[in-house]
Design a protein around this ligand. Structure first.
Ligand SMILES: Cc1ncc(COP(=O)(O)O)c(C=O)c1O
Length: 405
């Protein structure tokens, strides 16, 4: 079995979540909107999922809207707040290191007259709360800044940003906690946010289901029209099994969080110590304000894609930067915003450890990563030497053989 160090891309479904979902995929198949007993049973299951998720987040059940995942939660928060606030203003503040489900959504809104301010970050990927405040004008209606970054693991100073945002009236504050929910406390009161996005598949729940916390009284316009589901905030027959699976996985993630985070931190440290011995490899992201199990590095002069493929062949699944950009041939917008030059960002690798990762796997992974990077570096050096030698050779020596003409 290959070693899986790509938990930031997705996690395996945990047994308890699968078991919680199974009745709702079989005999509990009813539509929660139906009035008969099948429907009423499904409604009760869905209501319970709202309760359990709200308890895990310290909010009320009606403040939870189930969605099809993190992308939809982010779209609903941003577009919903933007359209609801259009009468008051048109300015949206975000950061340059957001996931594309935030970054591309605000860019889309620009086409409709919204003005987007994308704040820069420091070399660790952090936004300065004072810069958020400086960007606020009377026309600002929304601030959306993620809790933890999916590529480098940096945690943003959300509470400090919220404190600045609250100095001004009528601005909603949304945070994308999709990567954070498994490993950091998501206390909406302490964070001071109005909306929070989460996705079940990042904490061993099922794919295709997420949730948006919307503070009671917050005006967010529904982004799809149809039925009255989720209190008119998200039309469409609910994914009852998915919601139950999300609730079960989130409860367990919250309960196990301190122990899991502590273990992941030590595993990450083991990996880092080994990789630090390789010349030209540097960690990216904040040294302390970071997710416990996510290790991202750049290896100057290396092709991150090639190393990822070689590691896969050697039995280790990881990613180059983010799952969302890998394969696209583009340099990560996150590393670019953090000031990494193109040749360094091209050598980005991300290893994300999960709850089920073992100490033995970490030991094995450390050896595989070091050996693979070193062999790629040797090959790159050899190739460069051959290229230099070929260029230095007199032209005649490399000219094609004379033909018999
Ligand atoms: C920070 C962040 N936000 C949003 C998403 C999108 O979530 P989903 O895959 O559930 O649509 C991801 C997924 O990688 C993410 O890492």
């Amino acid at each position: 079995m290959p070693i899986y160090l790509d938990h930031a891309a997705t996690t395996p479904l945990r047994r308890e979540a699968l078991e919680a979902m199974q009745p709702w995929l079989t005999e509990g198949f009813g539509n929660p909107s139906s009035v008969h007993s099948f429907g009423r049973r499904a409604r009760a299951g869905l209501d319970e999922a709202h309760e359990r998720v709200s308890r895990s987040l310290g909010v009320t059940p009606r403040e939870i809207v189930f969605t099809s995942g993190g992308t939809e939660a982010n779209n609903l928060a941003i577009k919903g707040a933007a359209w609801a606030g259009k009468g008051r203003g048109h300015r949206i503040i975000t950061s340059s290191v957001e996931h594309h489900s935030v970054g591309h959504t605000v860019r889309y809104l620009e086409k409709f007259g919204f003005e987007v301010v994308e704040l820069p970050v420091d070399r660790y990927g952090r936004v300065d709360p004072d810069e958020v405040e400086a960007a606020i004008t009377p026309k600002t209606i929304l601030v959306s800044i993620m809790l933890a970054n999916n590529e480098v693991g940096t945690i943003q100073p959300i509470a400090a940003i919220a404190e600045r945002v609250r100095r001004h009236r009528g601005i909603l504050f949304h945070t994308d906690a999709v990567q954070a929910a498994a490993y950091l406390e998501v206390d909406v009161a302490a964070l001071g946010v109005d909306m929070v996005s989460i996705a079940a598949h990042k904490f061993e729940g099922p794919k295709g289901v997420g949730a948006l916390y919307v503070r009671h009284g917050t005006n967010v316009l529904a982004q799809q029209q149809g039925g009255a589901q989720e209190r008119y905030r998200r039309a469409g027959t609910e994914n009852v099994a998915g919601a139950v699976g999300l609730a079960a996985a989130l409860e367990l993630a919250v309960a196990e969080r301190p122990a899991v985070a502590a273990r992941l931190r030590t595993y990450r440290e083991t990996l880092v110590e080994r990789l630090r011995t390789i010349e030209g490899v540097q960690e990216t992201g904040h040294p302390t304000e970071r997710l416990p199990g996510l290790l991202s590095v750049v290896a100057a002069g290396l092709d991150g894609n090639a190393v990822t493929i070689a590691l896969d062949l050697a039995g280790l699944a990881c990613s180059t930067g983010s799952a969302c950009v890998s394969g696209s041939g583009e340099i990560s917008h996150v590393l670019a915003a953090m000031g990494f030059p193109e040749d360094e960002a091209a050598g980005a690798l991300r290893f994300s450890i999960g709850r089920t990762t073992t100490a033995k796997e970490i030991e094995e992974a450390a050896g595989l990563i070091a050996a693979t990077i070193e062999s790629h570096r040797e090959a790159a050096t050899r190739l460069e030497a051959q290229r230099a030698a070929a260029l230095a050779r007199p032209l005649a020596a490399v000219a094609p053989e004379a033909t018999s003409e």
